[in-house]
Ligand binder design. Sequence first.
Ligand code: 9YT
Length: 131
Amino acid sequence: MKVVKLDDIIGSDQHIDGGNWESRRLILKKDGMGYSVHDTVIKAGTETHIWYKNHLESVYCIEGEGEVETVKDGKIWPIKANELYALDEHDEHYLRANKGVDMRMVCVFNPAITGREVHDEDGAYKLVDDE
Ligand code: 9YT
């Protein structure tokens, strides 16, 4: 088994600055678990367009408050600490963090992120196929 410490990930090549967010990628495809696990900070007062066409993602909010707007129906889903949203239909959405306090999210991706992905123009991660 292994133990992964956030302190060791911070500042490493598994710490990605996405502009509106910072993702500390704890478990990646290389770890062979079949999913990836990220500790992501969504900066207060930001809006990010996201559309993971190639991945399913569960997002568990452990700090802060904000909302998700699903594009297909304009529905607003308020999200605060201790609440999880699951993008079970590859939902195109806007993620907004309220002003004043960052949101901290534990994100799980299936299939696993390799660690190299950045959002493309659609807010998606391309599938990195290194097999
Ligand atoms: C909640 C969300 O998807 N934020 C974007 C960053 C992503 N979680 C990542 O790359 O870790």
